[in-house]
Design a protein around this ligand. Structure first.
Ligand SMILES: Cc1cc2nc3c(=O)[nH]c(=O)nc-3n(C[C@H](O)[C@H](O)[C@H](O)COP(=O)(O)OP(=O)(O)OC[C@H]3O[C@@H](n4cnc5c(N)ncnc54)[C@H](O)[C@@H]3O)c2cc1C
Length: 316
């Protein structure tokens, strides 16, 4: 086991877009920063990162490798380990790791990304290659393919409408009969799409890489690209144990600044599971949180609290 300094100004849990961006900004303000993280990021399975005009298509491993080296250059320390628990008092936060013991800090930034909940029928090796969860990230690269959007209801129809311009054919496979009779479904049909009320039972990869799905209703569908809804779930693990106020999706409720209901805890990135949260959005929210932490240090009690900004008290 490596010997590590045990107390920091800020501990960041997570080394994705949000965590690494925040860590660099915090270290540049001369704070001592520890990042506790695992190497698996939400987009690790993708071949390239899109919508980054300054590094379009860069492999996730290259992007994160560069960011880690930048952070190390500014003195950020890394512990590549799972954070198992996080607790916070009025004065101190404590993060316990699986193999490297406990670390304390004055402030904590949760940047854990979402929990990915993939359906059991997904063929091995297709997530991030043929199967995605966003209409902006890899649809362009699959222009002209046969598409399927699979999920519960309205959100899936929305995903299909946002992506139909790329699709040779677009089939939305949804469970919700009411949504299939609603205006989004009508609009998709008017744009040439098909709406199937059914559930995928099994799927396999064909020799050409397309995915063949068989539904519970016995329909066979072949798609070159699949968009899933409902796979991105909020990361509630630390939000719950820290007693943070939760949002309507079940993730930590934050201000735009990343402030949570605990005065020593911030949260950034897609951990709180807003839909279609792209890489630069996660990075920007990491910067917002870093700025807010710096303001908290600089202004102390002159800084308005989470509750003041919401115009509420903890119990209202
Ligand atoms: C397949 C796929 C492809 C995508 N492609 C694109 C794209 O091309 N362009 C685009 O703009 N967006 C894309 N996205 C979305 C983009 O990846 C996310 O918006 C962004 O990565 C979210 O960043 P984040 O920092 O919130 O989370 P993440 O990048 O997931 O980082 C979370 C970090 O927290 C760590 N962590 C979590 N729990 C713990 C724990 N208990 N202990 C220690 N560490 C922990 C993780 O290991 C990781 O280091 C894609 C998403 C997917 C799923």
């Amino acid at each position: 086991m490596t010997s590590h300094q045990r107390h920091y100004d800020v501990v960041v849990i997570g080394a994705g877009a949000a965590g690494l961006t925040a860590a660099v900004m915090l270290a540049r303000t001369k704070l001592q920063v520890l990042v506790v993280a695992l190497r698996d990021r939400f987009n690790s399975a993708a071949e390239g990162v899109r919508n980054l005009p300054y590094a379009e298509g860069i492999a996730p491993s290259d992007l994160y490798g560069t960011m880690e080296r930048t952070a190390i250059g500014y003195g950020v320390r890394f512990v590549w380990d799972e954070a198992r628990t996080a607790s916070a008092t009025d004065d101190l936060v404590t993060v316990a790791t699986r193999e490297n013991g406990e670390f304390t800090a004055d402030r904590l930034l949760l940047a854990t990304g979402p929990v990915t909940d993939l359906p059991a029928w997904l063929p091995e090796g297709t997530w991030g290659k043929r199967v995605f969860e966003c209409p902006f990230c890899h649809t362009y690269e699959n222009d002209g393919d046969h598409f399927a959007c699979v999920g519960a209801g309205r959100e899936t129809l929305g995903m299909a409408l946002m992506s139909v311009q790329y699709a040779a054919t677009m089939t939305a496979v949804i469970r919700d009969e009411e949504a299939a009779a609603g205006p989004l479904a009508d609009r998709l049909r008017a744009r040439g799409g098909t709406v199937l009320v059914d559930e995928v039972a099994t799927a396999s990869t064909l020799a050409g890489g397309e995915i063949e799905m068989v539904t519970k209703g016995g329909v066979t569908l072949t798609a070159g690209a699949i968009l899933l809804t409902g796979v991105k779930q909020p990361a509630v693990r630390f939000a719950e144990t820290l007693g943070l106020e939760l949002n309507e999706r079940g993730g930590a409720r934050t201000l735009v600044s990343g402030r949570t209901s605990h005065p020593r805890v911030w949260s950034a990135g897609s951990a709180n599971a807003p839909s279609f949260f792209l890489w630069t959005g996660a990075a920007s929210s990491g910067q917002n949180a870093a700025q807010s932490i710096c303001e908290d240090i600089a202004f102390g009690p002159l800084q308005s609290s989470y509750w003041q900004e919401l115009g509420r008290t903890a119990s209202s």
